[in-house]
Design a protein around this ligand. Structure first.
Ligand code: FAD
Length: 334
């Protein structure tokens, strides 16, 4: 049985570097340990923690934090075109991407350097540079609360959409993802459609998975803060998607408003809205927006989770007053 630690400090286990404790904490390293811990936790409030890179704790956690460290990956099927790879939840996401690139398996390379664990990748359907992980997930395996056997959830039943899935909604805090099953290409097709990526990519005149990964890493390192130095969770808000009619009304007032067509409507970069509302590089006490990317809120040191939340609400209020758009949080607030 995995050990349960009481009053565990989680400062090093969240990328905002918020100083807080969990009343109980456990890091099972096998499925059996996880089942035991989960079954024993009936009646206790529980929360699953990956690498803490998309979570904001506003106070000490009074229940049990389960931090699964189940590692490993295995090829479960293959043919001349594809490999079906199962990766366990405790694997680091970027290590998995690097492994696939080294093996010449295509599909995940645009998602290089996204922090976090494999187990969290379906939760918000991680995405970057024109690719979303849902396009490569066949199914997800995990443990439902009150059950003792692992169940499978198909890609369709995961209800993936932009930075969203069933795991953020109906199954929030009711299902622990233990493994994710990916479909990867043996004959990869490079996807460099994303504007900034295509510029870097063309300038290198090389077309393979390795240089694609290098290009993505180069761009990410140039615009995002180093989490080791500046606590943050990447994008704090989602890019809002609005109706065409609403967009045309905004365009009458703001001719240079950037936009992208998406399947649900018109997507507006939240960073632009935040900048226009006067929040780019703005700082209140030890909390501020990153000067090069205002969508990123940074803990410059010593901020509490509540201070960061208050700061984010001020941004939401300003953007809503100026544009009539309410920014939704991408981060999971606890
Ligand atoms: C610098 C930086 C850049 C980023 N860039 C991107 C980006 O480009 N694209 C993007 O999509 N995201 C990005 N993110 C956000 C983050 O990396 C992803 O959301 C990542 O998937 C979070 O993984 P994690 O293991 O740290 O999850 P955590 O923060 O630990 O958890 C996130 C949520 O998932 C739940 N969860 C965690 N593990 C499990 C599990 N096994 N089963 C069920 N639920 C679970 C948690 O309860 C929580 O609600 C960025 C973050 C940072 C700090």
């Amino acid at each position: 049985m995995a050990e349960i630690i009481e009053n565990k400090s989680l400062k090093k286990l969240n990328s905002f570097r918020i100083d807080f404790t969990a009343a109980k904490y456990s890091n099972p390293t096998s499925i059996n340990e996880l089942i035991e811990i989960y079954n024993d936790s009936q009646g206790l409030q529980t929360l699953v923690l990956g690498e803490g890179s998309n979570i904001l704790f506003t106070k000490n956690y009074q229940g049990l934090i389960i931090h699964p460290r189940i590692r490993g990956k295995e090829i479960i099927n293959e043919n001349s075109d594809e490999i079906i790879l199962k990766a366990y939840c405790g694997e680091n996401w970027d290590n998995l991407v690097e492994y696939c690139v080294d093996m010449g398996l295509g599909g995940l390379e645009n998602l290089s350097l996204i922090p976090g664990s494999v187990g969290s990748s379906p939760v918000q359907n991680i995405g970057a540079y024109g690719v979303e992980v849902k396009d490569r997930i066949l199914w997800v395996e995990g443990l439902r609360k009150d059950e003792t056997t692992i169940s499978k959830i198909s890609n369709t039943d995961c209800k993936f959409s932009y930075r969203n899935s069933i795991f953020k909604n109906e199954l929030k805090d009711k299902f622990i993802i233990t493994a994710v099953i990916f479909r990867l290409d043996k004959k990869p097709i490079i996807n460099s459609n994303y504007r900034r990526l295509s510029e870097v990519y063309k300038s290198k005149k090389i077309q393979n998975l390795k240089t694609m990964r290098e290009s993505v890493i180069e761009i990410r390192n140039s615009k995002l803060p180093d989490t080791e130095e500046y606590g943050n969770v990447g994008s704090f808000f989602k890019n809002p998607v609005i109706a065409e009619k609403e967009f045309q009304t905004l365009k009458e007032h703001y001719q240079d408003i950037p936009s992208f067509q998406s399947i649900d409507g018109i997507k507006i970069p939240a960073a632009w809205l935040i900048e226009q509302a006067g929040w780019k590089g703005k700082r209140i006490k030890n909390c501020g927006t990153w000067p090069d990317q205002p969508l990123v809120i940074v803990n410059y040191g010593g901020s509490t989770g509540q201070e960061i939340l208050d700061f984010s609400q001020k941004i939401q209020h300003s953007v809503s007053e100026k544009f009539g758009i309410y920014l939704q949080k991408e981060v999971n607030v606890v």
